[in-house]
Design a protein around this ligand. Structure first.
Ligand SMILES: NC(=O)c1ccc[n+]([C@@H]2O[C@H](COP(=O)([O-])OP(=O)(O)OC[C@H]3O[C@@H](n4cnc5c(N)ncnc54)[C@H](OP(=O)(O)O)[C@@H]3O)[C@@H](O)[C@H]2O)c1
Length: 322
């Protein structure tokens, strides 16, 4: 199958391209050329260089490649999705977009954006979505207009284009610019006998996914026509609590210390959370497993070892928390 991947050279995109190429598909990647991405070693990967803000200018290149499916790894705003959908409509029959589990109302509860009683988990794809849009608007910058709910509406609602949406969890793995393991790893590697977690955070459950497994899910949905018109959660089948997660990281590093639960006001400012942790963020992944046969092929233990090795070799700038 010919697959065009928009933004396929970053943290999530690069392993998606690697997975597609390894499955034997013909892959073209559209990006600016600021990041390198996969070469031709695992299959024919064509690099089309350009800026997605002018995506329509590259329509002749897309037509020449004639993709059967287009995967947009990084649609962040409604305008991003609209431009992609309008450009690839008539070029490809399917559009697959990477979304996030922050679309759920439960995320609004967790962050306090939409106060109310905690909602039951796990969240299936039909669970209620936030009614307040633009969750990161107050942060300004490039995420001001970020809204995956609007991205999804465009992808699933464009005539003559079969949409598929993958809602991702917290993604960890080599290349994670957020360095989500770093804080714990730094404490473990400096021999700290304990790691303190805010008491109410320790039991909070959050769906996670290892980047290469998440990439497999995206690749499988991209090349399977049964995914047309479908929205899928992607995540590990069991969502660890924060305390279980820190312990799992500890096992991957050989750390023999213990996690201690500490009241919020006894923690340093940068280790406190103001999230409403009575709201877990746990996704139900039955649909993608049942309909497409998705299974992680890298177990969590191995995934964490690979992530730890990468974190040690690539600490965040200044070695501080990212
Ligand atoms: N990480 C998580 O925990 C998490 C959780 C939920 C959802 N997600 C979703 O997963 C996706 C993240 O993907 P990622 O981590 O692979 O992103 P990334 O590392 O930021 O990669 C961005 C990609 O887009 C290309 N790009 C950036 N600006 C461009 C432009 N103006 N024109 C053309 N290409 C451009 C980059 O290549 P060049 O630099 O060469 O242009 C690169 O290929 C997002 O949709 C995010 O919302 C992530």
């Amino acid at each position: 199958m010919r697959v065009l991947v928009i933004g396929g050279t970053g943290f999530v995109g690069r392993p998606v391209v690697r997975r597609l190429a390894a499955m034997g598909h013909e892959v073209a990647v559209f990006h600016r050329g600021e990041t390198v991405g996969e070469g031709g070693s695992e299959g024919a990967v064509l690099h089309l260089l350009g800026d997605r803000r002018n995506l329509a200018d590259y329509t002749p290149d897309f037509r020449a490649f004639a993709p059967e499916v287009v995967v947009d790894i990084v649609p962040l705003t409604e305008a991003d999705a609209r431009l992609v959908a309008d450009t690839v409509r008539g070029v490809s029959r399917r559009l697959v977009a990477v979304s996030s589990q922050d679309v759920y109302l439960a995320y609004g509860r967790l962050t306090g954006l939409e106060p109310g009683p905690p909602l039951p988990v796990p969240l299936a794809e039909g669970a209620p979505l936030r009614s307040r849009l633009h969750p990161y608007r107050s942060q300004g910058g490039s995420y001001k207009n970020y809204e995956k709910i609007l991205v999804e509406r465009v992808v699933m609602g464009t005539p003559d284009l079969d949409g598929t949406v993958l809602r991702l969890p917290m993604v960890y793995g080599p290349g994670d610019r957020q360095h989500r393991l770093h804080r714990y790893l730094r404490a473990m590697d400096t021999g700290s006998p304990t790691i303190a977690l805010q008491a109410d955070l320790a039991g909070w459950r959050w769906s996670r996914g290892y980047v290469d497994n998440v990439a497999l899910a995206v690749a499988m949905a991209a090349v399977d026509d049964r995914a047309a018109g479908r929205i899928y959660n992607v995540a590990e089948p069991d969502a660890l609590s924060m305390e279980e997660w820190v312990r799992a990281v500890g096992e991957a590093t050989g750390w023999s210390g213990s996690v201690v639960r500490v009241p919020r006001d006894e923690l340093p400012e940068d280790e406190r959370t103001s999230m409403f942790t009575e709201q877990d963020l746990v996704a139900d992944t039955t649909a993608i497993r049942g309909e497409l046969g998705y299974r992680e092929d890298i177990p969590r233990v191995a995934a964490l070892r690979l992530t730890v090795a990468w974190e040690r070799a690539n600490p965040p700038p200044q070695g501080g928390p990212a």
